[in-house]
Design a protein around this ligand. Structure first.
Ligand code: B12
Ligand code: SF4
Ligand code: SF4
Length: 360
């Protein structure tokens, strides 16, 4: 007799699982069209809806999708230690890159399935294709959609990574049993620093997590980043469904980096130190850019000379970010500083004054 899928999952030590049907993502078509029509998309998403929901683009005869969730601890909010100039990164980037962890788990699961089924085809993914990982999780019965756009499991909360195996096997599809929902709660809507969440859903373009990852930043976005290097956890931290997770910290790792060290190290050192973090997919250039933005947001005059020194050495891409940080560290010195090119100085002054006027 075959070992049940539930037993296999237990053996693989997987926190959450469910099975969705091969046509399950059709339910997300409307949400995707709505987002595209309203310009609510990020530079990381495909505009081809079929590519994002039609599993036949990935496997000839998709019958079932085994979806897994691996939980991670949510740890603290942004630290703000002025003396040390720290930049913060999200709890989901702590420990080893989740793409690696989840993939390893999926391969373990495959090994076990191969012992039970002679021949089958599959497609494996974790944040690796245009398909909607959260759509899979919801349709497999793992959780419900929260107002913050996370899939929330009533017992384990929302802090879990999602992976899936699309197969041509006939596993029994999990029947939707989750009746929980957000109800009248609106904590994430009230706490989101940029107003990205509303009762109608989430606008990803306004999300700080996106802003820390996108290619170019406006001055307004640089203000919004604060001291974050990568990601944002606010809407998870305030969610009542994550209360238990926040209490039960399973490992402690610092989730901040010393900014002056970050901008000083070589590519090789960066790779050694942070190459196995999930944020490393975005490349050193973006993280280092965010470090200059965060240093500016410390608004500390002691930083002026250090920043000026980097201004003289860095490539063109960083100059506007460093110049802004110099301005915010010491406006008077910046205005008379002849080492900053006129065009860059004018841009910084124009943009900051424009933002000040908008606030007034
Ligand atoms: C692009 C992307 C982003 C973008 C946009 C996210 C967004 N919410 O739109 C940005 C850069 C902002 C981002 C941020 C983060 N991301 Co991201 N991201 C993705 C990615 C690559 C694609 C998501 C996507 O296509 N979005 C388009 C929308 C339409 O789909 P969706 O976000 O999955 O939303 C579903 C539901 O929420 C629901 N829905 C959405 N809006 C509405 C509105 C209503 C009214 C209803 C009923 C339902 C509903 O329907 C959608 C489709 O099923 C996925 C991996 C993947 N391939 O799926 C990871 C993924 C969503 N991200 C993940 C993570 C961990 C994060 C961060 C926590 C990282 C961080 N700490 O900074 C934040 C969380 C921010 C947030 N509140 O969502 C995880 C989420 C795990 C989970 N348990 O939900 C994923 C699934 C990666 C993974 N495999 O683990 N991300
Ligand atoms: S991750 Fe942060 S910025 Fe993005 S929606 Fe949640 S609270 Fe708002
Ligand atoms: S904070 Fe409240 S409204 Fe937001 S996702 Fe959690 S339960 Fe839902």
């Amino acid at each position: 007799m075959k070992t049940s899928l539930g037993e296999i999952i237990k053996k693989c030590n997987i926190d959450l699982y469910g099975v969705a049907s091969g046509g399950c993502l059709e339910n997300s078509r409307e949400i995707l069209s709505h987002r595209i029509n309203n310009g609510q998309i990020t530079e990381f998403e495909s505009l081809e809806i079929d590519e994002r929901i039609n599993l036949k683009n990935y496997l000839d005869n998709p019958k079932s999708v085994i979806v897994i969730g691996l939980t991670y601890p949510l740890l603290g909010l942004e630290k703000d230690n002025k003396d040390k100039y720290q930049g913060w990164y999200t709890a989901s980037s702590m420990g080893i890159d989740y793409h690696i962890l989840v993939r390893e788990k999926l391969y373990l699961l495959l090994e076990e399935l191969k012992k039970e089924y002679d021949s089958f085809s599959y497609y494996l993914g974790v944040d690796t294709s245009p398909l909607l990982d959260r759509g899979f999780a919801k349709e497999s019965g793992i959780g419900f959609y929260g107002k913050n756009s996370f899939v929330i499991n009533p017992e384990l909360g929302s802090a879990f990574f999602i992976g899936y195996l699309i197969t041509d096997l006939d596993f029994e599809i999990t029947k939707e049993k989750i009746t929980d929902n957000c109800g009248v709660c609106s904590k994430c809507i009230d706490s989101c620093p940029t107003g990205a969440i509303s009762s109608k859903g989430m606008d990803p373009g306004k999300c700080i997590s996106y802003i820390t990852q996108k290619k170019d930043l406006s001055f307004e976005e640089m203000d919004l980043i604060g001291k974050k290097l990568y990601g944002c956890d606010v809407c998870q931290m305030v969610c009542p469904y994550n209360r238990e997770n926040i209490k039960n910290l399973r490992y402690a790792e610092k989730n901040y980096i010393e900014l002056l060290e970050l901008i000083s190290i070589s590519n090789k050192e960066y790779k050694n130190l942070y190459g196995n973090k999930s944020f490393s997919w975005r490349g050193r250039k973006i993280i280092k850019r965010n470090a200059y933005v965060a240093l500016g947001n410390y608004k500390d005059e002691d930083l002026y000379d250090k920043l000026k020194n980097f201004y003289g050495k860095e490539s063109d891409y960083y100059l506007i970010y460093i110049a802004r940080a110099m301005y915010l560290s010491d406006k008077e010195r910046f205005i008379t500083d002849v080492s900053v090119e006129k065009s860059i100085k004018d841009k910084v002054l124009d943009e900051i004054e424009k933002n000040v006027k908008l606030i007034l």
